[in-house]
Design a binder for this molecule. Structure first.
Ligand code: EPS
Length: 379
C-alpha cells in the first residue's frame, strides 16, 4: 500500500474534499487529529479576514470506523463557510478580467479559454492547502506510530531573519511554540517581523519568507540512488514546490554549500554500539545520494509575497486588452507562518510514501514489524 491522493474543491465553493488511498489499517485516527492541523494552518500573524469567517473542521466520510483506519480509502470533506456568501452570486457579480501579476490568473485563463478569472483563482487559491494539510495530518498519525516526528518554524519574513536555531528547545515546547503568532524561534526577530507585517498592511503590500522543516527519526535508506525518479530529495523538493507561492527549496546547508570546500561540506561517519552508524554534523540535511542517511531531514523553502495587492500592479484587461491595474480583493498580507505548517504536512505525505515503498504493509502492525526487522540488519 502506498499513499496517494487527489484534492478537489474551490476557495469559495461548497467544500474542499480529498480521497486518500493507501492508508494502513489499525491506525488510531480521530476527527480532532485532523482539525488540530487545520486550525494550526489557519493561524498566524498577517492572515486576512477570511480566517475570521472560517473555522476549518473536517468531516471524515469514509475509511475510519470507531476511531481506527480500516485500510479502505479515507475520504475527507472540509466545508467552506464562506460559500453561504457566494452561492447566490451571479456570473456578472463574480466577473474578474484583470489578471494579478504573480498569480495563476493570466496563464490559467488563456490556457483554459476562460473569460472570467474567477474560474481560475477559485482553484488556484492557497485555500486548497487546507485539503493537503488534512492529508498530512493522516500521514503524520501513521508516521507517529513509527516514532517519526515533524517540526517546522519560520526563519525569515520580508528579509528579517532569525539566527536562533534550537531544535532541542523547540521539540520540548512544540505545543507552546505552535500557539505563537509567527512560529519563529527568535523572540527579537519575531517582534521585528510583526512590525514589518504591519508596515506591509499600511503600504498595501504583501510579504513572503522562508520556512524550515525538520523530520526526526527517519530510518536510513528511504529512497534510492539507483534511478533518478526514486530519489527522496527530488520527490520531497517537488512536493514542496507544489505548494502555492513556493519558489525554492534547499536541503541541509543547501545554497550555502557553494561557499564551502569539500572538507567542510560533508558529514563524517562514526560508529558506536548504541547508535550504530552516525554523523556528528548534518550539512546534508539527512539525505545523501537520494537516500535518507539516518539523521534528521532538514529543508528550507521560500514563499514569495502573496500576489493579491491592495495597491495593485499593472496588468492588461483580458477582454479589452487595455492597460489597467490588476483586480484586488480580500487576501492575506503574509501567510508564511501558515506555510510552515503546510510544508510540514506536505512533507509528511512524501515521507510516508517512501516509508511504504520500502517497508510495505497493509496494516500498521505489518509496517512496524518490517521496519523493526530492517533496522536490525543495518546496525
Ligand atoms: C486562503 C484562503 C483565501 C486567501 C488565501 C488563502 O481566501 P480568500 O481569497 O477568500 O481571502 O485568503 O489565498 C491566497 C492568498 C491566494 O493567493 O490564493 C486559505 O484558506 O489559506
Amino acid at each position: 500500500m502506498i499513499i496517494r491522493y487527489l484534492t478537489a474543491g474551490e476557495s469559495h465553493g461548497y467544500a474542499l474534499n480529498v480521497i486518500i488511498d493507501g492508508v494502513p489499517s489499525n491506525v488510531k485516527l480521530q476527527k480532532k487529529d485532523i482539525d488540530t492541523e487545520l486550525q494550526r494552518r489557519q493561524a498566524g500573524y498577517g492572515r486576512g479576514t477570511r480566517m475570521l469567517i472560517e473555522t476549518d473542521e473536517v468531516t471524515v466520510v469514509s475509511g475510519v470506523r470507531n476511531g481506527m483506519t480500516t485500510g479502505s480509502p479515507v475520504s475527507l470533506l472540509i466545508r467552506n463557510r464562506d460559500w453561504e456568501n457566494w452561492k447566490n452570486k451571479s456570473y456578472k457579480e463574480t466577473l474578474e478580467t484583470k489578471p494579478r501579476p504573480g498569480h495563476a490568473d493570466l496563464a490559467g485563463a488563456l490556457k483554459f479559454d476562460l473569460k472570467n478569472i474567477r474560474d481560475v483563482l477559485e482553484r488556484s487559491s492557497a485555500r486548497e492547502t487546507a485539503a493537503r494539510t488534512a492529508v498530512g495530518a493522516v500521514a503524520k498519525k501513521v508516521l507517529r506510530e513509527l516514532d517519526i516526528g515533524f517540526y517546522s518554524s519560520v526563519i525569515n519574513i520580508g528579509g528579517i531573519s532569525s539566527p536562533v536555531k534550537d531544535y532541542k528547545q523547540l521539540k520540548k515546547n512544540y505545543d507552546n511554540f505552535n500557539r505563537t503568532e509567527l512560529r519563529c524561534m527568535d523572540k527579537e526577530a519575531s517582534v521585528k517581523m510583526k512590525k514589518r507585517i504591519d508596515q506591509a498592511v499600511t503600504n498595501k503590500d504583501s510579504l513572503g519568507g522562508v520556512i524550515e522543516v525538520l523530520v526526526e527519526n527517519v530510518p536510513l535508506g528511504l529512497g534510492s540512488f539507483t534511478q533518478y525518479d526514486q530519489k527522496l530529495d527530488a520527490a520531497l523538493a517537488a512536493a514542496i514546490m507544489s505548494i502555492q507561492a513556493f519558489k525554492g527549496v534547499e536541503i541541509g546547508d543547501g545554497f550555502s554549500l557553494a561557499d564551502r570546500t569539500g572538507r567542510t561540506a560533508h558529514d563524517e561517519i562514526f560508529y558506536s554500539k548504541e547508535k550504530g552508524f552516525f554523523h556528528k554534523t548534518n550539512h546534508s540535511g539527512g539525505i545523501e545520494g537520494g537516500m535518507s542517511n539516518g539523521e534528521d531531514i532538514i529543508f528550507r523553502a521560500v514563499m514569495k509575497p502573496i500576489p493579491t495587492l491592495m495597491q495593485p500592479l499593472k496588468t492588461v484587461d483580458l477582454a479589452t486588452k487595455k492597460a489597467e491595474a490588476a483586480f484586488k480583493e480580500r487576501s492575506d498580507v503574509c501567510a508564511v507562518p501558515s506555510a510552515s505548517i503546510i510544508a510540514e504536512n506536505v512533507a509528511a505525505v512524501e515521507i510516508l510514501k517512501f516509508v511504504q515503498l520500502k517497508f510495505g504493509g497493509d496494516s500498521i502492525r505489518e509496517l512496524r514489524l518490517n521496519l523493526q526487522n530492517y533496522l536490525k540488519t543495518i546496525r
